[in-house]
Design a protein around this ligand. Structure first.
Ligand SMILES: NC(=O)c1ccc[n+]([C@@H]2O[C@H](COP(=O)([O-])OP(=O)(O)OC[C@H]3O[C@@H](n4cnc5c(N)ncnc54)[C@H](OP(=O)(O)O)[C@@H]3O)[C@@H](O)[C@H]2O)c1
Length: 237
C-alpha cells in the first residue's frame, strides 16, 4: 500500500469491476490503499477479486447483479451512500457492432441503458452527497468512439456521445462544489468487450487495459486543487 496516496482509505465504487479495465482499476486502487464497492453480474469473479483485495487489508463490498435491474441499481446507490462514497467510477459498458438495420430494439435499449442511462442514474444517486460535502470525483469511462464516429458502431457512438454531453452539461451544474469529473477515452483495449459482442478480433495491437488503469490512477492522485481532467489513449495504427 502507498501511504502517501490520495486514495488511502477512500471509498471507490466501480461498475463493471469483474473484468477488463474495471478489474485492472480495482487491483491498482486497492494497492494504493482504497476501499472498494464492486459491482458486475459475475458473482464468482467479484468474489475472487474481493478475496485478493481483502488479503491486502482493504475493505470490499460486492453487489452481483444486472445494473439494468432497478433493485440492483438501488442497492448499489444505497451502499455508496452508506459508505460515504468518495469516487464513483462509471465503467460498465457494452458494445454493438452492427449496421443500424440489423440491430434489434432490445439491443438498442441494452447499449443505451448500460452506457448512458445507468451512469446518469448512478451519478444522480450520489451527486447530492458530493455537493453537500463539497468534494467527490466522478470517473466516466467513455471511449474514443464518444468523440469520433466509428463505422458500424452507431448505437455505441450514440451512447458514448450522449454520455459525453451529460458530463459536459453536469460540469456547469456542479461548478463551485469542489466535484471533479475525470473523462477517460480509450481506443481499442484488449478486453472481452468485443467477444461479448460476438466479435472475434485480433487484439494483438490493442491497448493493455492495465496501462489505461494506470493513467486513471495518475489522474486520481492529482491534488484536489486540480479540476476536471481527461485521459485520451489510442493505439498505434
Ligand atoms: N475494450 C475497448 O476497446 C474499449 C474502448 C473504449 C472504451 N471502452 C469502455 O471501457 C469500459 C469497460 O469495458 P471493457 O473493455 O473493460 O469491457 P469488458 O471486459 O467486457 O468489461 C465490461 C464490464 O461491464 C460489466 N457489465 C456488462 N454488462 C453488464 C450489466 N448488464 N450489468 C452489470 N455489469 C455489466 C461486465 O461484467 P459482467 O459480465 O460480470 O456483468 C464487465 O465487468 C466500457 O464502458 C467500454 O465502453 C472499452
Amino acid at each position: 500500500m502507498n501511504p502517501q496516496s490520495n486514495l488511502k482509505d477512500k471509498w471507490i465504487l466501480i461498475t463493471g469491476a469483474s473484468k477488463g479495465l474495471g478489474k485492472e482499476m480495482v487491483l491498482l486502487f486497492a494497492q494504493a490503499g482504497a476501499n472498494l464497492i464492486l459491482t458486475a453480474r459475475s458473482s464468482e469473479l467479484l468474489d475472487e477479486l474481493k478475496a485478493r483485495v481483502s488479503a491486502d487489508g482493504r475493505q470490499c463490498v460486492t453487489i452481483a447483479g444486472d445494473l439494468r435491474d432497478s433493485a440492483v441499481l438501488a442497492s448499489v446507490i444505497s451502499i455508496g451512500l452508506e459508505k460515504q462514497l468518495d469516487i464513483l467510477v462509471n465503467n460498465a459498458g457494452v458494445v454493438d457492432i452492427t449496421k443500424l438495420e440489423g440491430v434489434s430494439d432490445e439491443r438498442v435499449d441494452e447499449v443505451i441503458e448500460l452506457n448512458l442511462t445507468i451512469p446518469i442514474k448512478l451519478t444522480k444517486g450520489v451527486i447530492e452527497m458530493f455537493k453537500t460535502r463539497k468534494r467527490g470525483v466522478i470517473v466516466n469511462v467513455n471511449s474514443a468512439g464518444g468523440k469520433k464516429p466509428v463505422p458500424d458502431h452507431t448505437i455505441y457512438c450514440a451512447s458514448k456521445y450522449g454520455f459525453n454531453g451529460f458530463a459536459e452539461a453536469l460540469k456547469l451544474e456542479i461548478k463551485g462544489f469542489g466535484i471533479r469529473i475525470v473523462n477517460v477515452c480509450p481506443g481499442k483495449m484488449a478486453t472481452e468487450l468485443f467477444t461479448a459482442a460476438d466479435r472475434e478480433m485480433d487484439t494483438e495491437a490493442f491497448i493493455d487495459p492495465r496501462e489505461v488503469a494506470e493513467g486513471v490512477l495518475y489522474m486520481l492522485e492529482m491534488s484536489p486543487k486540480c479540476s476536471h481532467a481527461e485521459l485520451n489513449v489510442d493505439r498505434m495504427s
